[in-house]
Design a protein around this ligand. Structure first.
Ligand code: AMP
Length: 631
């Protein structure tokens, strides 16, 4: 089918279109109404239908593909590979679900999962889905404070963690971070279930609170746990993401709409049919990991490869070796990972037979042309950039090789995905801008199935954050964009203070708050500056309560450590400037964009909003002098 016809039908006859797509999944009770828009901007898809994500991802395949590989968990760090057929996955998920039930976890309870890319993370997610518990996976690279914030918001009944992960050959203990997070948390769960990988011999258990998964698993061996059927719009999971405040938002997803979006996209976007192999290199702590390491390939009856570690360990050929070994058809990664591989000896790419590989998808951050060109030539398959957000759950702008591949235009993620009514509008008038003009990327309601349904326990924040900037309840993506005459969209970066480091979304406010925990700091401003490898890196400008003289460098180092300890190494500032003043507006708002422009040696633009011109000179001087840390 032509992309144009498919897309047009999704927009002009949404109910008919989505009723058709709903047949891709199993419904225990069919939906009674395809779309309910009686309370915009909320919308409900497949109202009255009951289904279950775990049933669709696992049980449904037992009849035809029980002996096919469902999940291959490879660790480039430990060197171990574990393979699970659909039958084995079914067994493991049932046992995990039985363990959850033993711990009194049931429908609607939250479970925080703080695990690296190991098979148990997938079992835990699917086990929650099976019994109607709401999982909230926290990225393993986040430190204690980030974990505590998420625990306090989700108020889980259980935390699932591990003794340790590994990165670059180094053991990274998780348990001390868990202990610190629970000490900080206002709503610590009664139990922590530990998947002990025996990587950290020094791990200690807190009697009564900490439980060993292996022992409980042994007790529940052979257990079968009935599927809990959920109404399509009940919550399936939460995933926290950064915004402009220091508090992350709990993006809430439904059951039926998400399952349909996964089933549709795995075929038409990612071109994966049952029995084929998908390799998404994302961490399960991010949205891509949820959707394309776990739910979509499994709902689609495919084999999913899950990878723990760096793309360069044990050697820079490891990902290509896996493509050859498992006959990967579609690979999904990030521009940063590819930029890392680009620096390696090109011989690694020639070493393996990549004839099975048909597509490489990249997402999460802007894809620069040199990287796109290099990898397209190196592997000889089309590289497909696709744009989405944690909020959307699946690509909003992409090409669809599983349906009808339109021409790739380097630098653009392509065309709107089905159901996304995309506009580029003027930020002041709200009117659509002409082709090639910069504007704000917005989606007209209703958002298609799969997108967030609300912010966890905060409907008001959902409305205010996304739907209150423009008339007609347009969804504000908070990204700048341009559309060309052929309808292709180019993404130009965020309109807010969110930054993107190696595809990881970070709020500058969260980093500022962490810097300000240092007792010597009066105020901090964090901005993202361009970096060749990671896209952007956070840098800090901070004022101190008292002149520190020669001690400023030591304080700068301590500020950096405050961020690493609270948020995790992912948010580590690359440079710290200690300054005497920060540029602000007359009403006292930090002018982060001005700081960013100066740090990137760009024109700072309109300076009339600046309260005190001396602050501008102070920043110029600091930049000329160099940072107290980094450089
Ligand atoms: P996250 O919610 O972490 O997936 O981050 C979403 C943000 O990443 C978007 O709002 C964009 O700013 C950026 N982003 C995601 N995909 C792309 C892409 N293909 N090109 C440019 N920016 C992207």
């Amino acid at each position: 089918m032509r992309y144009e016809d498919f897309y047009r039908q999704s927009i002009e006859q949404p109910e008919q279109f989505w009723a058709e797509q709903a047949r891709l999944i199993h419904w225990e009770t069919p939906p009674q109404q395809i779309l309910d828009q009686s309370r915009p901007p909320f919308r409900r898809w497949f109202v009255g239908g009951t289904t279950n994500l775990c049933y669709n991802a696992v049980d449904r395949h037992l009849a035809h593909r029980a002996e096919q590989l469902a999940l291959v968990a490879i660790s480039g760090e430990t060197g171990f590979t574990r393979e699970f057929t659909y039958r084995e996955l079914h067994r493991e998920v049932n046992v995990f679900a039985a363990v959850l039930q033993q711990l009194a976890v049931g429908k609607g309870d939250r479970v925080v999962i703080y695990l690296p890319n190991i098979a148990e993370a997938v079992f835990a997610m699917l086990a929650c889905a099976r019994i109607g518990a709401i999982h909230s996976v926290v990225f393993g690279g986040f430190a204690a404070h980030n974990l505590a914030l998420r625990i306090d918001d989700a108020q889980p009944k259980l935390l699932i963690a591990t003794d340790a992960g590994m990165r670059g050959g180094k053991v990274i203990s998780y348990k001390p971070l868990v202990d610190a997070a629970l000490a900080e948390s206002r709503s610590p769960p009664p139990h922590v279930l530990i998947v002990d990988r025996e990587l950290d011999p020094l791990m200690t258990h807190m009697a009564g609170r900490d439980l060993d998964y292996a022992s409980l698993r042994a007790q529940c061996r052979g257990a079968e746990v009935a599927v809990t059927w959920l109404e399509s719009n009940e919550p399936s999971y939460l995933l926290y993401t950064s915004g402009t405040t220091g508090n992350p938002k709990g993006i809430q997803r439904d059951v039926g709409g998400y399952a349909v979006a996964m089933a549709l996209s795995i075929r038409t976007v990612f071109d994966i049919a049952p029995g084929q192999v998908m390799f998404s290199t994302s961490d399960i702590g991010w949205q891509v990991g949820h959707s394309y390491n776990v739910y979509a390939p499994l709902i689609g009856g495919a084999t999913s490869l899950l990878y723990e570690g760096l793309p360069t360990r044990p050697d820079p050929g490891i990902w290509w070796e896996l493509c050859e070994k498992y006959g990967v058809r579609t690979m999904f990664s990030s521009p940063t990972a590819l930029r890392v591989l680009k620096k390696q000896d090109p011989a690694w790419l020639k070493k393996y037979d990549l004839s099975s590989l048909q597509w490489l998808f990249l997402a999460g951050e802007p894809l620069d042309e040199p990287t796109a060109r290099w990898i397209t030539e190196a592997i000889g398959v089309p590289v497909i950039d696709n744009y989405w957000q944690t909020e959307t759950g699946w690509p909003a702008i992409t090409l669809m090789p599983g349906l009808d591949l339109k021409s790739v235009k380097l630098g653009s993620p392509g065309l709107p995905a089905p159901g996304y009514k995309i506009k580029v509008i003027d930020e002041n008038s709200g009117e659509e801008v002409a082709p090639q003009q910069k504007g704000v990327l917005v989606f007209e309601p209703p958002l298609p199935p799969g997108c967030l349904t609300t912010v966890w326990r905060d409907d008001e924040r959902y409305v205010v954050s996304y739907f209150s900037s423009f008339k007609d309840l347009l969804y504000n993506s908070l990204d700048w964009a341009i559309r060309d005459e052929e309808g292709y969209i180019w993404i130009l970066g965020r309109t807010d203070d969110v930054i993107n480091v190696a595809g990881h979304r970070l709020g500058t406010r969260e980093i500022e708050e962490s810097v300000a925990t240092h007792p010597a700091v009066a105020e901090a401003a964090v901005v993202g500056v361009h970096d060749e490898l990671k896209g952007q890196l956070p840098i800090v400008f901070a004022t101190l309560k008292q002149d520190a003289g020669d001690g400023a460098a030591a304080i700068a180092l301590a500020m950096q450590q405050c961020v690493v300890n609270r948020l995790g190494a992912v948010a580590k500032p690359s440079r710290v400037y200690v300054v005497n003043a920060l540029p602000k507006t007359r009403s006292g708002k930090l002018l982060r964009r001005l700081l960013q422009a100066l740090a990137e040696q760009r024109d700072p633009g309109d300076l009339s909003v600046l309260d005190d011109p001396a602050a501008l000179e102070e920043i110029r001087r600091a930049l000329a002098r160099g940072p107290q840390l980094g450089g």
